[in-house]
Design a protein around this ligand. Structure first.
Ligand SMILES: Cc1ncc(C[n+]2csc(CCOP(=O)(O)OP(=O)(O)O)c2C)c(N)n1
Length: 335
């Protein structure tokens, strides 16, 4: 039995379902031709993103750096469905149409947006962790990377730095079986990517990424350890990418049986069953949650659809530094 309270379970279940239903709505919007660029799904991986983000303590300053498969972390940290829809439609939302999908952040809500060069967020987040340590603040920096992204140089550099400086840092490798069409056994000779931790002299934990509570507990333990000044932890979360890299990828390289095997391990069904079997929720609670999220998302889609596209003249604002408009008066909005 987990140590989480009923409220914590309900909160986690809300974000699991919210994540899935936001992506389903995005699928509809995409079919209607309203999504700009590609749609990246985290279907089947919601347990990893939500369980880990829910274990953070924003009031202590904890900060997360979600990547493409971590919509669940964005929402759990306080990103809103409206913002996500605005981003996907290139509307005048968080990045004013400059970036798409979930490439946005809100440092004041304890999550920061990714850069596309895989692995580069790891030294950056190690730097944030160094800041926490130098200022004697209690915050922990949590960074995510895929099994493919974990093969990049900056992953090594950032994790090594975090290890030697005993920084309050957590790296979660989301081992979802494939990087585009490259299976994990073509990324590494290791069967457990967490074994890489040995080379850095830090703990390495492999967790069932489709067990949201196991992910929560592993992250909480790593965060507690980091807060005690004992340094970083590498968590490998084993899960599966149930869709192609993005919508253009039909995943033909994944055997049908593998998809079926992972379908049976769906993290949301699993957490729902856990709550029902342990008297944490009943079917009515689940129905109510579904209705609540449906209403929230209808409102969020309507808001995003009625948001205007950004004005072209704002395209270069905030790109390099604030204040560019003063130095470049030709960028001022046309009145
Ligand atoms: C350094 C770098 N190399 C290549 C790419 C192109 N790229 C974007 S996503 C991706 C696959 C990433 O796979 P993985 O890290 O396993 O994450 P997943 O998509 O499976 O969640 C690649 C190769 C990139 N963004 N950055």
């Amino acid at each position: 039995m987990s140590t989480l309270s009923r409220e914590q379970h309900h909160r986690i279940h809300y974000f699991l379902r919210l994540t899935r239903m936001v992506e389903e709505k995005l699928g509809n919007l995409s079919a209607q031709g309203k999504v700009i660029g590609s749609l990246y799904r985290s279907l089947g991986q919601e347990g990893t993103a939500v369980g880990s983000a829910a274990a953070l303590e924003p009031d202590k300053g904890d900060i997360a750096a979600p990547i493409l498969r971590d919509l669940g972390a964005v929402l759990t940290m306080g990103g809103t469905p409206t913002e996500v829809f605005q981003q996907y439609m290139a509307k005048n939302g968080p990045t004013r149409g400059r970036e798409l999908n979930i490439h946005f952040g809100a440092p004041e809500r304890n999550f920061i947006g990714p850069v596309s060069m895989l692995g580069e967020m790891i030294p950056l987040m190690a730097g944030i962790a160094l800041g926490f340590k130098m200022r004697k603040q209690p915050g922990v920096a949590l960074c995510y990377i895929g099994d493919g992204g974990a093969s990049t140089g900056p992953t090594h550099e950032g994790l090594n730095l975090a290890a030697v400086l005993d920084l309050p840092f957590i790296l979660i490798i989301e081992n979802n079986g494939y990087a585009y069409s490259t299976p994990t056994d073509r990324q590494s000779r290791l069967t457990r990517l967490a074994d890489r931790a040995l080379a850095y002299g830090i703990p390495g934990v492999t967790v069932d990424g489709n067990d949201v509570i196991a992910v929560y507990e592993a992250t909480r333990e790593a965060a507690d350890r980091a807060r005690r000044g004992e340094g970083p932890t590498l968590i490998e979360s084993v899960t599966f990418r149930m869709k192609g890299h993005a919508q253009h990828d039909n995943q033909a390289y994944v055997p049908r049986e593998v998809i079926e095997e992972w379908q049976a391990k769906d993290p949301i069904t699993r957490h729902e069953r856990y709550m029902l079997e342990n008297g944490i929720a009943d079917h009515e609670d689940i129905d109510r949650l579904f209705a609540r999220i449906s209403a929230e998302l209808d409102a969020a889609v309507a808001e995003a659809e009625s948001t205007p596209m950004p004005e072209g003249v704002t395209a270069l604002l905030d790109v390099f530094e604030n204040g560019v408009a003063e130095r470049a008066p030709w960028l001022a909005p046309i009145s």
